[in-house]
Design a protein around this ligand. Structure first.
Ligand code: MN
Ligand code: MN
Length: 300
């Protein structure tokens, strides 16, 4: 009996350790989408033709399974972050990781912000692709905490109005919709907890504080059709542009002064958003102002 027990326990240990080497338990993505995920985030286009090219340091493309980024080395913030959203990406067993950290995928000789860079500046480490959009697993969530996904955001802007706007997009995803989202920023200088500033100083380096933060989304019913053909001039589009200011806390994200058009954001940034859509669809969609239901807003 002892011999048999020994045999079983040894076999069990060998099995355990070989499993451990090949598929660590914490890397099992039980609920997350699979397949060629990186392409999905740029499916509707690459707004600034960013490339993974060290000679383009201020329009440097970072493609992850979780989202895509055009990073600006000199500003030390993203120009834009683009991602696909459906409920599959946040339903699962992931938890908020809070592991803010330097992005290891940038060229190693570049300055890159780390978890301490915004400390005591009066500005939040504001996610572009939200933590709560990526909760299908701990690993997917953790990827949203790379500092290349952050901008210095006014605390009330981040914690109040922007949270509600993010929530509204997940509310749409909860209604069995799928969304193509791009978030970015423009201009110089915002106001934080200690007042107006144009940069955060991080020792020898500076991080640009943007004047305005925008986000655009196209939402369509989740279906089996090819999405490029499923998006028409009648599809839902929402474009929001909110000054990076503490004063916005008194407003709702869908206040008429923040609702804008994709065309307007294109003219402020010089990007071509949703460039993979047919020109005729772009011109109709990109000039539309979104109207929310004034009697029902689940997130405000
Ligand atoms: Mn346009
Ligand atoms: Mn466009």
């Amino acid at each position: 009996m002892k011999k048999i027990l020994f045999f079983f326990s040894t076999t069990f240990l060998i099995l355990l350790s070989s499993c451990g080497e090949e598929v660590p338990a914490n890397n099992v993505e039980e609920y997350c989408p699979t397949g060629n995920l990186a392409d999905l985030h740029l499916y509707l286009g690459n707004p600034s033709n960013a490339e993974e090219n060290i000679n383009m340091p201020n329009n440097y493309l970072l493609e992850l399974d979780e989202y895509a980024v055009s990073y600006n080395r000199d500003k030390a913030i993203p120009n834009w972050v683009s991602w696909y959203l459906s409920s599959d990406w946040y339903s699962g067993d992931g938890n908020r990781q809070d592991d803010f950290r330097q992005n290891p995928f940038l060229p190693s000789d570049w300055y890159a912000p780390d978890s301490e860079s915004y400390k005591n500046t009066g500005f939040d480490r504001g996610h572009n692709c939200p933590s709560a959009d990526r909760l299908c697993s701990d690993n997917f969530n953790s990827a949203t905490f790379f500092m290349t996904n952050m901008v210095p955001q006014s605390p009330f802007h981040n914690q109040e109005i922007w949270v509600a706007w993010e929530c509204y997009l997940r509310y749409l995803a909860d209604q069995d919709m799928e969304l193509y989202i791009v978030m970015g920023n423009y201009g110089l200088g915002g106001d934080g907890f200690f007042g107006y500033r144009t940069t955060i100083s991080d020792g020898d380096n500076e991080i640009t504080i943007p004047a305005s933060i925008w986000k655009v989304a196209i939402a369509i019913p989740k279906g089996d059709d090819e999405d490029l053909a499923a998006i028409t001039g009648q599809s839902m589009v929402i474009a929001i542009d909110i000054p990076n200011s503490q004063a916005v806390a008194d407003y709702d994200w869908d206040d008429s002064s923040f609702i804008t058009t994709v065309d307007e954001i294109e003219s402020k940034t010089g990007y071509d958003l949703f460039s993979n859509l047919p020109t005729s669809v772009q011109s109709t969609l990109e000039s539309k102002y979104h109207q929310t239901d004034p009697t029902y807003n689940p997130c405000n």
